[in-house]
Design a protein around this ligand. Structure first.
Ligand code: HEM
Length: 417
């Protein structure tokens, strides 16, 4: 199945089809080589896949807007989905799907919570969480690394920061997974109804928390959001607060999970790189950047053209949907020597754009980086002999037009004494 899409002429393929999503790196290589700015004749979407043009688009937020939720909303939401949505709060464009100047105002309110300095104070707690998770599976000698570790760490960290009690962390996982499925572009009507119910549950849960924190301010992000004043004046309403909280969970959890999972797989598949990091533990930070480059969990992201323009000779009329392929840009040989190879000592590693570029660059980048650095330090300290417990062909990446990551990663290991 994967090979046919690679053999067909580009114009006979659809970049968002399950076949193309099943072999993204090979398909992206074709795009970069044959048409780095490619207007799909079937959908009219413009796909940008090389490093330089991707950065050009991301820099120019006036021409290439993030107000893509309007363009993406189906003309007709299925009645059953609408019935459920009506019971909740309306979707509001705050950060990811908003442009400056409104974008700057909302983002300014949340920035404080994620500064590098603040994130540094969380390191001891992140270490504790990693050790505790490992204690839970170390005796067995094997685990599904995604379920046992890489899903758990980001959920616990953001759950604690938001001020959600431990017993509700499984809900955070459920909400994040539903929202990721919504972004996937693959949910059928039955799943869309289920997603709408899960998002309604999320909204009701956090609307209650917002009320609690309005009366009783605590040292957590929910309190910060509820007591924030837009332009020093009006408080955010509940729909705005919910939009921000939803993004912190959705944008943060699955992505970090995917990056940590893929990092483990890359270390297993590249023992000589693992050996380098073991010899020189200072390399962990570069390991994390290289894992981010090759995994690029936010594989693709939308933009919508606000005015007529031209990219590498391709006409892009106002109203065109564009998809920037971060994961392709991050493997572009023109920027990264032998871009498909995993090399923890490569040049220009800090130019990778897994966290985006420009005004929408990930607000949680410091937090995610730190979680990954702590996770890999602790994992290398406690284990050796990592091995894959299934044939690589059995590894499954659920199809998703924006996000990419492993559903499960069965591994074995030896505890270090
Ligand atoms: C490895 C983990 C992560 C990756 C790969 C990632 C990737 C990205 C990317 C590529 C963007 C830019 C989207 C665009 O260009 O339109 C973004 C934005 C965003 N990320 Fe992350 N992210 C990660 C972790 C996190 C975490 C931990 C949080 C929060 C707790 C977070 C919250 C956000 C938010 C709120 C935005 C929207 C920012 C804006 O539009 O101004 N992300 N992320």
């Amino acid at each position: 199945m994967g090979s046919s899409v690679l053999d067909l002429p580009l114009e006979e393929t659809i970049p968002l089809s399950p076949e193309a999503l099943a072999c993204p790196h090979d398909y992206n290589t074709r795009l970069r080589t044959e048409a780095p700015v490619y207007k799909c004749p079937h959908t009219g979407i413009v796909f940008v896949s090389d490093f330089e043009t991707s950065r050009k688009v991301l820099r120019d937020h006036e021409t290439f807007s993030n107000r893509f939720s309007v363009a993406m909303r189906p003309d007709e939401v299925d009645g059953k989905v609408h019935e459920v949505q009506k019971q909740g709060w309306p979707a509001v464009d705050t950060m990811l799907t908003q442009d400056p100047p409104e974008h700057r105002r909302y983002r300014g309110l949340v920035n404080q919570a994620f500064t590098a300095r603040r994130v540094e104070t969380l390191v001891p707690r992140m270490e504790q969480i990693c050790h505790k998770l490992i204690d839970g599976f170390i005796q067995a000698g094997r685990c599904d690394f995604v379920d046992a570790f890489s899903v758990q760490l980001p959920v616990i960290v953001i759950g604690e920061q938001l001020g959600v009690p431990d017993e509700h962390f499984p809900l955070i996982r459920k909400w994040s997974e539903a929202a990721a499925l919504q972004l996937s572009g693959q949910a059928d009507t039955r799943q869309q109804v289920e997603i709408a119910h899960v998002i309604l549950e999320f909204q009701n849960y956090f609307a209650n928390k917002l009320d609690e924190r309005r009366k009783d301010r605590r040292d957590d992000i929910i309190s910060d959001v509820v007591h924030a004043r837009l332009e020093g004046e009006r408080p955010l309403d509940t729909a705005e607060c919910l939009s921000i909280l939803q993004q912190l969970m959705v944008a943060g959890n699955q992505t970090t999970t995917h990056a940590i999972g893929e990092g483990m797989l890359l270390l297993i598949q590249n023992p000589e790189q693992l050996a380098k990091v073991r010899r020189d533990p200072e390399l962990v930070d570069d390991l994390v950047e290289e894992v981010l480059r090759l995994s690029t969990p936010t594989a693709n992201m939308w933009r919508v053209a606000t005015r007529d323009s031209k990219l590498s000779g391709v006409e892009v009329p106002a109203g065109t949907m564009l998809q920037v392929r971060y994961s392709s840009a991050n493997r572009d040989d023109a920027q990264f020597d032998n871009g498909q190879a995993f090399d923890v000592t490569r040049d220009k590693i800090n130019t990778q754009i897994a966290f985006g570029y420009g005004v929408h660059m990930c607000i949680g980048a410091s937090l995610a980086r730190k979680e990954m650095q702590v996770a890999f330090r602790v994992l290398l300290e406690r284990f050796t002999g990592f091995a894959l417990e299934v044939d690589p062909s059995e590894l499954h990446y659920p199809p998703n037009v924006l996000l990419r990551g492993l559903a499960a990663l069965p591994i074995s290991f030896v505890a270090r004494t």
